[in-house]
Design a binder for this molecule. Structure first.
Ligand code: NAI
Length: 332
């Protein structure tokens, strides 16, 4: 039996985590869940939103399924998500974005993979007030991290039969930082002549993703652009409720949806659990449980084919009703 760290998160986190755990159990995968709490709720008791026990648990188990954790806006503690990724050196944020059967969207044939650098850029959190009216935020880009993520993108492309890697920057303006990211990608691209390599500025990339998304294959981006663009690509396939993700390092991996804690619908049994279910399916593939993963995916897609949707997709089903329908399909 695999032991997997389970980070329940907050907001809609507990609701969608519950759905994923029930579905994995119903599929007959034996998992020993090592439940770890993090975020604002643990600060009072443990003095930090990310206690060392959470990091230790993921290090020990090598794999985690994680729900979103709220980060205070404009003040308060540093993001638990950013810290976790940094502490565990989960340098690659992988966000595949593919049309889902029976989920109606503007475009068919979307099949884009966002590869986002996950450890540096403006997320280093180095900020200071110069005076009352001036703030500085430091953008860190290193050759080491840039080449590492570029190699990850090309290796992923080779293994998954992808044809085109587009590196996305603003190197015309951030000449040194984005310039270094771009130069690193160019250097690594030389080792993969079988994969087409394209350079594109992030503003133009966004426009083209909206107008003609099918021309893209693998997108390689620094942290901030990757964060923003992956919400855009989520929108192309039905929204954040269906967008899966994974944070991958050399020693461990944390699977989590692209979306946040959705405080606007938290506690109302309205959340769409699809994003975490698909993230959990990827986790099962990672753990060598491909057949069970495929079984869950099939049951999930059949649920949509039966016209069962949560509110974000225009349906009337609650999170638990949707989950029960997936479980029923697993048993058929
Ligand atoms: P959000 O992704 O939580 O929500 C944006 C919109 O999408 C909301 O209208 C929400 O209701 C909807 N939505 C998101 N997930 C959904 C789901 N599964 N089903 C149905 N609707 C869904 O983004 P927001 O509001 O900007 O951030 C809220 C909090 O989440 C912030 O504190 C932010 O820092 C945090 N966050 C955490 C992440 C993580 O833990 N990895 C990632 C992104 C944000």
């Amino acid at each position: 039996m695999e032991t997997v760290t389970l980070i329940q998160g907050d907001g809609i986190g507990p609701e969608i985590t519950d759905a994923a755990v029930k579905i994995i159990d119903a599929a007959g995968v034996k998992v020993d869940w090592d439940l770890q709490t993090a975020g604002a709720d643990v600060i009072e008791k443990e003095g930090t939103p990310l206690p060392a026990r959470v990091i230790e648990s993921v290090k020990k188990n090598g794999v985690a399924l994680k729900s979103p954790v709220t980060t205070p806006i404009g003040k308060g503690f540093r993001s638990v998500n950013v810290t976790l990724r940094k502490e565990l050196d989960l340098y690659a944020n992988l966000r595949p974005c593919c049309n889902i059967p029976a989920v109606k969207t503007r475009y068919d044939n979307i099949d884009i993979v966002v590869v986002r650098e996950n450890t540096e850029d403006l997320y280093a959190g180095i900020e200071e007030m110069i005076d009352n009216d001036t703030a500085h935020s430091i953008k860190i880009i290193t050759r080491k991290a840039s080449e590492r993520i570029a190699r990850f993108a090309f290796e992923y492309s080779v293994k998954n039969n992808r044809k085109l890697v587009s590196v996305v920057t603003k190197a015309n303006i951030c000449k040194l930082s984005d310039g270094l990211f771009l130069e690193s990608a160019r250097n690594i691209a030389k080792d993969y002549p079988q994969i087409k390599f394209q350079e594109i500025l992030v503003d133009n990339c966004c426009m083209q993703l909206v107008q003609n998304p099918c021309r893209f294959d693998v997108l390689l981006l620094p942290n901030l652009y990757g964060d923003i663009v992956s919400d855009l690509t989520a929108g192309l396939i039905g929204g954040l409720g269906v967008a899966q993700g994974a944070n991958i390092g050399d020693k461990c991996a944390v699977f989590e949806p692209v979306h946040g804690s959705a405080p606007d619908i938290a506690g109302q049994n309205k959340a769409n659990p699809t994003a975490i279910i698909l993230s959990a399916v990827e986790m099962l593939y990672y753990l060598g449980e491909a057949a069970k993963g495929a079984m869950i995916k099939k049951a999930l897609f059949n649920t949509f084919r039966q016209g069962i949707y949560t509110a974000d997709l225009g349906g009337t089903y609650s999170c638990t009703e949707f989950t029960d329908a997936v479980i029923k399909n697993l048993q058929e």
